[in-house]
Design a protein around this ligand. Structure first.
Ligand SMILES: [Zn+2]
Length: 376
């Protein structure tokens, strides 16, 4: 999930996904037209809107602080976090690696809810302060709302359902007690899926009773949790089965390359039809790697264009970061990279950028299938 970059804190990119606008708008409007007018109907509505905007902004600053707490504590244990994205269900921190020992995971997971609890206490205190002053009724009401919202945020995240913070805390405790990461992940993610289904059930019930917006929201949140829990479990299993198999042992090599100056028609006749690969790396006249052309890209083009178009015009230009991987990287990493960028294959290049092979999702899945079948 990506979004608009709004800034960078401690080396972590802060982004806003477009779905976040929905939830921001929803909170802003419901606070300004329901919550504040009901609490203080005697005040003019412009005050309700100002308080609504202030409270909504502070709410999302609170969410951001919750995520930042995870990241900063994680960084101290050497866990790299590349970005925080705010989206419709709050915030999500993208870690480059998972914690390698239980205590690091425990600290990192607990940091978020602890921060939310501290914020709840801070806003609760300010609620008392503004409440004691005269003429600060809406400020007091905003602080009360923020105290509750942060308390709820902490409580929800502490539910022991992976990938929620509480699920991570639970996993780290079982992991610490048993020394078995695989077993603890299995327990925490099973609870995660169960809780996801509970939320979906609640959403379905709300739809039946006519509460459309909360119904859809709970259904979507439940589905997201259940599938994230399942995904984490599958990744764990995959890592277990694959072990530390390197990319080079699974890649196809040597690789047949496609000249960039060739026409699409020639490429189809001489390469795709004859060798039956789904994609070919593309090289220029100096034999430098410049991109990749896949059969699906060719198919999207009108066949009459094949004679006129060159490979270089249709190929996906080389993006070293997204499209290549080093031969000594673990195959699990290759799999994750493909999943993240939604690709079926990666080009394997050495330190000098020289093409040494190509690895596809099918290569890795075949090994998983064989290993899982043999139970080795
Ligand atoms: Zn959290």
């Amino acid at each position: 999930m990506r979004g608009w970059r709004i800034g960078k804190i401690a080396g972590i990119i802060i982004e806003i996904n477009y779905t976040w606008l929905i939830i921001f708008g929803l909170f802003f409007v419901s606070l300004s037209t329901e919550w504040f007018p009901e609490a203080h109907p005697e005040l003019p509505s412009i005050y309700h809107w100002i308080a609504g905007l202030g409270a909504t902004v502070l709410l999302f600053v609170s969410v951001l602080l919750h995520e930042l707490a995870h990241c900063l504590v994680g960084q101290r244990s050497g866990i790299e976090v590349s970005r925080i994205t705010l989206f419709v269900f709050g915030g999500i921190a993208q870690m480059k690696s998972e914690p390698t020992e239980p205590l690091a995971e425990l600290k990192m997971a607990a940091a978020g809810p602890v921060t939310s609890l501290l914020l709840a206490m801070l806003f609760g205190f300010l609620w008392g302060v503004f409440g004691a002053l005269s003429g600060w009724d809406l400020a007091a009401e905003s602080m009360k709302y923020l105290a509750f919202a942060n308390g709820m945020l902490a409580a929800f995240n502490l539910v022991p359902a992976f990938p929620l913070d509480g699920g991570r805390v639970l996993r780290s405790i079982i992991w610490h007690l048993t020394g078995n990461l695989r077993r603890s992940t299995q327990i925490a993610t099973t609870l995660g899926q169960f809780f996801g289904f509970v939320l979906m059930g609640a959403g379905f019930w709300q739809l039946l009773t006519g509460a459309l917006v909360p119904g859809i929201w709970f259904l979507a949140l439940g589905w997201l949790l259940a599938s994230a829990a399942q995904g984490s479990y599958q990744r764990m299993e995959m890592e277990h089965v694959l072990g530390d198999v390197p990319v080079w042992s699974l890649m196809s090599a040597p690789v047949v390359t496609l000249p960039a100056a060739m026409t699409i028609q020639q490429a189809v006749d001489q390469y795709f039809m004859r060798l039956r690969h789904g994609a070919f790396p593309v090289v220029d006249a100096q034999d430098n790697l410049v991109g990749m052309l896949s059969l699906s890209q060719v198919k999207q083009q009108d066949q009459q264009q094949w004679l006129a178009l060159q490979v270089r015009q249709l190929m996906e230009p080389l993006d070293t970061d997204q499209m290549t991987i080093r031969p000594d990287t673990e195959a699990v990493q290759a799999m994750m990279k493909m999943a993240q960028s939604d690709r079926g294959r990666l080009l394997v290049t050495d330190a000098a950028g020289e093409l040494v092979g190509i690895i596809s999702k099918t290569d890795i899945l075949n090994l998983i299938r064989i290993k899982a079948g043999l139970r080795v």
